[in-house]
Design a protein around this ligand. Sequence first.
Ligand code: PMP
Length: 293
Amino acid sequence: MKVYINGTIHDGQDAKISVLDHGLLYGDGVFEGIRFYRSRVFKLVEHIDRLYESAHTLLLAMPMAKPEMIDAAVRTVAAHGKADGYIRLIVTRGIGKLGLNPHNCTEPQVIIIVDSIALYPPELYETGLEVITIATRRNVAEAINPRIKSLNYLNNVLAKIEALNAGYEEALMLNADGYVAEATGDNVFILKRGVLKTPSIDCGILEGITRAAVIGLARERAIAVAETLLTRHDLYTADECFLTGTAAEIIPVIKIDGRTIGSGKPGPTTLELIKGFRKLTDVDGVEVRPRSG
Ligand code: PMP
């Protein structure tokens, strides 16, 4: 593991931050999870754009411009030295006094962790995942908008705990109105009579970058896409279902709350989109070249 902290790249065990960082004290900060495949950082520009948008709404003044941030991420991946892996890019409000006031913080801290990641066991991509819907609702946009990828992930952590307590790896969260929102760290799609459907952004979800890539892949294949309201009944009666996310990529879902989805096996459209996504990760992305320093 390599960790960039404010311009210096450390080995994992030497990377340290202050206990007075407001990212730790209050979850005051933003982050991104990014993948690199065969020395190409997938959708790096899109992730950096979302990071800066999250920070903008939190009035967190980024300490560097986007090209410098991209360079810092690429440099950390190069120092890590492996062709495939995961980047966790974090910008905290910085070191401050005890007390919420963000104005007491001196300067935002940029932390970039580069390591390997495997979210689900590989066999689940073949067999498909069984999930449940849970009682924990997705945050309402009027409180912490789910579109902001902030360090406040307790809503999702509680949802994950609820899933794990029930014996499931993953769960689907509804929004406060009872419509389907998303999984704890992934977006959700269903296929129904040839139409690919996913909750619209105003359902209160993170605007996933994998979600956008999958919508693009579907349109290229002339598959109709609807960003819409979905109920649990829509999920149960879907022909196919899958989750999307940077870490999870595209993972088929074959059972929801005990209801079998379609044939109970990953469906043909899901498999076609997985194939298309794999191809995309081979060609798309910002290239990492080995460098000294
Ligand atoms: N929803 C939530 C709540 C997430 O945290 C994530 C990212 N892990 C996603 C959806 C998927 O977003 P992306 O495809 O940009 O990784």
